[in-house]
Write a protein that binds this ligand. Structure first.
Ligand code: AQP
Length: 342
């Protein structure tokens, strides 16, 4: 049995585990929007099943799910061009996820650095779901036979694991090429946006302090304040990129500027090399406000009509299931799972 041939298919998602950050925007959403206009079939999901691998307040989760959907839509994901849905409304993800739990090896999971980072010293007490998360992520991708996965740098290892799972499944069940070997797409100057207070950590939704991240819904004053207080060093910006090698915080701010202004980090250094932070930080804040303010205004408008967001997500979930269900049924047949029918 071989995989159906189809146009290159893109799958990616974001967890509703807190407000969207500039890291999510530059590392993921902005690139999802760019791929929509190219020669791909694009499928994007709000990964609510991944969010609950750590505690989420049930009273907040539905709202957070709609807010991530609003973030996608406000940034330019067009439901007539892309399929947009929330993961819990397409049960085929979880069903294939279980099969992949039985394909993936414990030794593979033990090597996942994101689990080690998130579990920290507390690894005995975290949920089994947090440990198994990458197998569900593999299912998110492979339930659509997706071929391309745009992600930030932090997710590269999970996409590589997805390839390992696909290969082992295809070999174990002698189902040559049934699951394709997907490619991670990690491009541009902002594939790892760093924490504003510590340039060795990535910017995260769930980081401890609000000052370490820019939220997509922050207002202009808050954005200006956060960049002003962002950790830097006393040196002015260097005249060449090489001069940023040992300066993680400075490099991060230059990369953010580059990604927001859609130019290379070299070009930013060309413009600001030799300047001090008193000039660069206000310019960065102004640029971030210019790009984020219209998105956050549109998110607020969309969030005023949750029924409309739900309607769009329902359409997306029907379109997603139309692709996922036949692939799940083929998978069940390959594995030999009985489904008596009337
Ligand atoms: N700092 C970042 N820089 C670049 N890309 C990033 N992404 C996340 N943070 C950055 C990318 O956003 C997509 C969605 O990520 P996710 O929400 O599913 O999971 P995450 O990577 O765990 O994101 P957070 O913000 O760090 O969430 P929490 O704090 O809840 O764990 C992915 O493509 C990711 O690479």
């Amino acid at each position: 049995m071989t995989a159906a041939t189809h146009t290159p298919r893109v799958l990616s998602g974001i967890k509703p585990s807190g407000g969207l950050t500039l890291g999510n925007y530059l590392g993921a959403i902005k690139r999802f929007v760019d791929m929509q206009g190219q020669d791909y079939e694009t499928i994007y999901c709000v990964a609510d099943l991944h969010a609950i691998t750590v505690w989420q307040d049930p009273a907040e989760l539905k709202n957070a799910t709609r807010e991530v959907a609003a973030g996608f839509l406000a940034s330019g994901i067009d439901p007539t061009k892309s399929i947009l849905f929330n993961q819990a409304s397409v049960p085929q993800h979880a069903e294939l996820g279980w099969i992949f739990n039985c394909v993936a090896r414990v030794g593979w999971m033990n090597r996942m650095t994101q689990f080690k980072d998130k579990a920290g010293k507390n690894s005995e007490a975290v949920s089994l779901g947090l440990y198994a998360y990458p197998a569900l992520m593999a299912a998110d991708i492979l339930i659509y036979h997706a071929t391309h996965v745009p992600v930030g740098e932090d997710q590269k290892q999970h996409v590589e694991l997805t390839r390992d799972i696909a290969t082992k499944f295809n070999n174990d069940f002698k189902a040559e090429n049934f699951f394709p070997l997907c490619e991670p797409i990690i491009e541009g100057p902002a594939t790892r946006v760093m924490n504003l207070r510590d340039g060795s950590k990535k910017m995260s939704k769930s980081g401890e302090s609000d000052m370490e991240r820019i939220n997509m819904t922050d207002d202009a004053d808050t954005i200006a304040k956060k960049f002003k207080k962002a950790k830097t060093d006393p040196e002015p910006l260097p005249e060449s990129l090489d001069g940023l090698k040992e300066r993680p915080e400075a490099r991060n701010l230059v990369n953010i500027y580059a990604a927001l202004s859609e130019q290379s980090s070299e070009a930013v250094i060309g413009e600001f090399g030799g300047e001090g932070w008193g000039k660069f930080k206000p310019a960065l804040a102004e640029l971030a406000v210019e790009k984020l303010a219209p998105i956050s205004a549109e998110m607020k408008r969309l969030m005023d009509d949750p029924a409309e967001i739900d309607r769009l997500l329902l359409n997306g979930s029907e379109a997603a299931q139309a692709i996922a269900e036949p692939i799940l049924q083929q998978t069940y047949d390959i594995v030999g799972l009985l489904r008596p029918r009337r």
